[in-house]
Write a protein of this length. Structure first.
Lengths: 336, 219
């Protein structure tokens, strides 16, 4: 398998801090890197509006540093490569965001992310920071069967949550309303990912998982966790025909529904491929009489140079469409 | 500290030596531990744990005059912050949880070590929710904690107790090979997780073996 193990870095020891330094310098008009390694908005949101905070492992850029900014996240707490930040760092992130209106601590459901967030929340409460709510987010249909949704992983579909809850918080909605909306968006979002090739772990240089030259894997997690189908490479249309029904049938999305669609580039997917894949998605949705409100094609959460994509659908109503269309200005996502 | 070749008590200085020995052992085995992790995870477990224990060993060096619980607690906190993720939190939780049972002690006996093992295991299970048989670090720690409790009953010395604990942990880690993962990231593999030894359990075995070895190297 042709896996690129060459990476232009200076040292594995300084990889994350150097990345954050460079990113914050490049997008200095939008974000700022704090002394303790947090990515925060250059212009903090007013204290009477709820702040959105999330920690995550690094190595998935632009997730989630690229999503800090007006209309989106307030504070991102980057961990080490593929590892959620520890409780003390999450507490620092909560303090950086803390305000009268409260803080919504979002968790993309993975064991480490949840455990560290829970430990941090206990510490924050012990210190008297009581206006913090935790919401656990998940969307990946491959990681647990229908009926056991809370066991599922958080993957690319969570971007619908950042976008829509970010817009709601900006409008001045209270903490309970922001948490409720996060759950609503989560419960209307379903995703499934696939990989064509593996990638190299930036710290070890080792291949993250094995895939033969003519093989693909469907249903894997954002770290290459093993998926639900491993088989022969198929055409773009066949791949969508195999993946889309698993997503549609799960919610289920039905005739008459309106959706937003995301085709996420996992790392080295081309816009050419994503467009060809999207063509088939659009055809199949039209056949199913499901209307598409908006679509995104691009790299929103990556796993290094992995080739593959995530397909995510979010069912929207009038309110969610308005929140989706509201302005946002992150380094990696803009909506005017 | 006695002049004999083994430590009969654990004070802060011995605690620092134990942490240092754990760091050295995991560093020597880091490629092996990362390899075990690559089957189901990111393949960085050994590298991360080695880095965290090295940092912990560095940070506890000045604590020779502190109470032992400060050494163990500091180790746990450093691991949680320097590794992050599930394994950082859980390996750290072992030290942090264990340290709570030895507050105000200047030296630790076999009974103290047994209490630490029990509390460390409990803290891990509180956070990670794993049970024995789920193919996690608990499968090495639970037998080691049981061996520690049995050592107290049998009135064993610290050195004997640590040998029993290390053996129990290794046996427990070996047994994970035949288990199907029900927790953590490996659970997504289901039946495909069978046949691979759990990296977390193996690391616990490596750390307890280093602890047992460090008891013999007292001055």
């Amino acid at each position: 398998m042709s896996v690129r193990t060459k990476k232009l870095i200076n040292s594995t020891q300084t990889l994350v801090p150097e990345m954050l330094e460079g990113f914050a310098a490049a997008y200095h008009d939008i974000v700022r890197l704090t002394d303790d390694g947090l990515i925060v908005r250059r212009q903090p949101k007013a204290g009477d509006k709820v702040a959105l905070v999330i920690g995550n492992g690094s190595g998935h850029e632009p997730a989630l540093i690229g999503w800090v900014g007006p209309g989106l996240l307030d504070v991102n707490i980057p961990g080490d490569i593929f590892a959620a930040p520890g409780p003390a760092k999450i507490v620092r992130g909560l303090k950086a965001a803390y305000r009268e209106a409260g803080v919504l601590l979002c968790v993309s459901h993975h064991a480490g992310d949840l455990m560290n967030a829970e430990a941090a929340l206990e510490e924050a409460h012990d210190e008297g920071l009581d206006r913090i709510e935790l919401v656990v987010l998940y969307d990946d249909v491959a990681s647990a069967p229908k009926g056991r949704e809370p066991e599922r992983r958080g993957t690319v579909g969570l971007f619908f949550v950042w976008k829509m809850v970010g817009a709601l918080a900006e409008s001045g909605a209270d903490l309970a309303a922001c948490k409720a909306l996060a759950e609503t968006v989560r419960d209307n979002t379903r995703s499934l990912s696939m990989a064509l090739t593996s990638c190299a772990h930036p710290l070890t240089g080792e291949t993250m998982f094995e895939l033969a030259a003519d093989e693909i894997e469907i249903g894997m997690g954002v770290h290459g966790e093993a998926g639900m189908y491993k088989g022969q490479l198929m055409s773009a249309d066949e791949t969508i025909d195999r993946m889309l029904p698993s997503v549609l049938d799960d919610l289920p999305f039905q005739a008459g529904d309106e959706v937003c669609v995301l085709l996420n580039n996992a790392g080295s997917m081309t816009l050419m491929e994503l467009s060809i894949l999207y063509r088939r998605v659009a055809q199949r949705l039209a056949e199913a009489n499901i209307r598409v409100h908006r679509s995104w094609l691009g790299a929103y959460a990556t796993t290094q140079e992995m080739a593959g994509f995530g397909l995510s659908l979010c069912r929207v109503d009038k309110q969610l469409k308005a929140l989706y269309d509201a302005p946002a200005n992150g380094a990696w996502y803009k909506s005017v | 500290m006695s002049d004999s070749s083994v430590a009969e008590i654990i004070d802060a200085e011995t605690s620092i030596r134990i942490i240092t020995a754990m760091a050295e052992a995991v560093t020597r085995q880091q490629a092996y531990l990362s390899g075990l992790d690559s089957t189901v995870g990111d393949g960085d477990h050994g590298v991360n744990l080695a880095k965290a224990l090295q940092e912990a060993a560095r940070r506890v060096q000045p604590l020779a005059n502190a109470a032992p619980d400060i050494v163990w607690r500091t180790t746990g906190k450093v691991i949680q912050e320097s590794v992050g993720g599930a394994s950082g939190l859980l390996f750290g939780a072992f030290f942090v949880g264990g340290s709570r049972t030895i507050k105000d002690r200047d030296t630790l006996t076999t009974a103290d070590v047994a209490a630490m093992m029990g509390a460390g295991l409990e803290n891990i299970q509180k956070r990670g929710k794993a049970q024995p048989g789920d193919k996690t670090m608990v499968d090495a720690l639970a037998p080691a904690a049981a061996a520690a409790a049995a050592a107290v009953e049998a009135d064993l010395s610290l050195v004997e107790a640590l040998d029993q604990m290390a053996f129990a942990a290794q046996t427990g880690a070996d047994a994970t090979r035949e288990m199907v993962a029900r927790h953590g990231r490996a659970k997504f593999l289901g039946e495909r997780s069978r046949g691979y030894q759990d990296a977390g359990a193996t690391s616990i075995a490596v750390m307890l073996a280093a602890w047992a070895e460090a008891m013999r190297e007292s001055k």
